[in-house]
Write a protein that binds this ligand. Structure first.
Ligand code: PLZ
Length: 443
């Protein structure tokens, strides 16, 4: 048991972490970065404990993964039982119930009550790759439309879908072809202002695809209903629904990438639910399995089943241990109403962020839903000049005070909040106090 309490036992990082980091630098490829090099020994609930005995408050959840809390007991029990039974057979060789049960749960919790099928994979990027394969196979069309500020992964196709060059794409091309980028409905930075954003962005996307791609050549449009790495950009009401409707009119597969926004993070099962949108295909990963590697594509049976037998798979996809963790995580979300908890977190955090914005004058936008919240930092509120240096300074200030925080955004100036949904109010409040201190120290 780790007490749900922040402890600063040494400087952060402390001596034991620093020693481990020297070993890391000598042996781990330098392309694999670390945002906060404290080496973790244990974690529970909303606390991560490092090898120096420091206990940090977790506002990152390993990038929106441990939504059911670090060291969730249901996950531990399910995984332990599964490991004792068997760890692997390869579902494509000799199948097992856990995979099937995860697909049943996915059909139940994802938007829409139509006939659905799922396929399981290991990572978010792999799910996105497969969603595109399925859309192309089902439509016989090549093109895929993606958006500014999008993030879909680090494999070749998903790098092509991702917008931001550094650090994700620099030097790694050439990228996959037949990918077209459309403008994103980004209310805070939309030239015509937030009121005009939904309509103008939608018509620009439609015109762009018509003029530069051709609806009949377009297999899929892929969108994060709330963009993650790109800056927690929440499109204005109507944009996602309008896009999905237009896709349906033209036989284009609408793929919602809910890898970061899914599984109760935004205060409902999926961000699409807030928009009243039923995607044709939905990609999930991260929060689905309490930290075990599991990802999925779920969607309309007619599309999913258009792929020839044997066309989808992989050695580890839907590994039984990961599936057991997935089932335990979904049960936790349902039984403990973690979507409701995400809404409570929003209600606690947003007023504090508003007060912080008023006091500091450097927060241009507060946005997000549930426990997927962010502030965009600017050096000039009128000009909306991105302030990545301040975001980095506040981030470092949080880290040294024992709060795990993350930044994001195309311009590196967005500070995001992704606590485990099970975190207690006391740790949340203390984390927000630390954030204020870090702002005061950085300004
Ligand atoms: N789609 C919407 O958020 C992963 C990336 C961290 P993988 N986001 C965190 C990093 O720097 O690599 C993500 C996402 C959305 C796809 C992915 C990719 O998921 O499990 O990292 O492959």
């Amino acid at each position: 048991m780790i007490e749900q309490q922040r402890i600063l036992a040494t400087a952060i990082p402390g001596p034991a972490s620093t020693e481990l980091h020297q070993r890391k630098l000598a042996t781990v490829a330098s392309g694999v970065g670390t945002g906060l090099p404290v080496y973790v020994e244990a974690a529970e609930g909303g606390i991560v404990r490092d090898v120096d005995g420091n206990q940090l408050i977790d506002f990152g959840s390993g990038i929106a993964v441990t939504s059911v809390g670090n060291r969730n007991q249901r996950v531990i029990d399910a995984v332990t039982a599964q490991i004792n039974d068997f760890t692997h057979t390869c579902f494509m060789v000799t199948p097992y119930e856990e995979y099937v049960a995860v697909c049943e749960e996915l059909a139940d919790v994802t938007p829409g009550d139509h006939e659905k099928r799922s396929a399981l994979f290991n990572s978010g990027a792999e799910a996105v790759e497969n969603a595109v394969k399925i859309a192309r196979s089902a439509t016989g069309r090549p093109a895929v439309v993606t958006f500014e500020h999008a993030y879909h992964g680090r494999t070749n196709l998903t790098m092509a879908l991702t917008a931001k060059n550094m650090p994700y794409k620099q030097g790694f091309g050439p990228f996959a072809g037949e990918i077209y980028r459309a403008p994103m409905a980004y209310p805070y930075r939309w030239p015509g202002g937030p009121q005009a954003c939904a309509d103008e962005a939608l018509s620009t996307v439609i015109d762009t695809v018509h003029a530069q791609v051709g609806e009949g050549n377009t297999a899929a449009v892929i969108l994060e209903p709330i963009q993650g790495e790109g800056g927690f950009i929440v499109p204005p009401p109507g944009f996602v629904a309008g896009l999905a409707d237009w896709c349906r009119e033209h036989g284009i597969v609408f793929i919602a990438d809910e890898i970061q926004s899914g599984f109760c993070r935004t205060g409902d099962w999926f961000a699409s639910d807030h928009e009243g949108v039923v995607p044709d295909l939905i990609t999930t990963a991260k929060g689905i399995a309490g930290g075990m590697p599991l990802a999925a594509v779920t969607g309309r049976a007619d599309l999913m089943d258009a792929v020839h037998a044997g066309g989808l798979g992989g050695t580890y996809g839907g590994n039984p241990v990961a599936c057991a963790a997935g089932l335990a995580s979904i049960e936790t979300m349902r039984e403990d109403d973690l979507a409701g908890r995400a809404r409570e977190i929003e209600a606690l955090v947003v007023p504090r962020l508003r007060a912080l914005a008023e006091r500091t004058g450097v927060i241009g936008d507060i946005r997000g839903r549930g426990a997927m919240l962010a502030i965009e930092l600017v050096s000039d509120l009128e000009a909306k000049t991105p302030d990545a240096a301040l975001a980095a300074a506040v981030n470092a200030g949080c880290h040294s005070r024992g709060l795990i925080t993350l930044t994001c955004g195309t311009y590196g100036n967005v500070f995001r909040f992704l606590p485990p949904l099970t975190i207690g109010d006391e740790l949340l409040t203390e984390g927000l106090d630390i954030l204020e201190e870090a702002f005061d120290a950085a300004l």
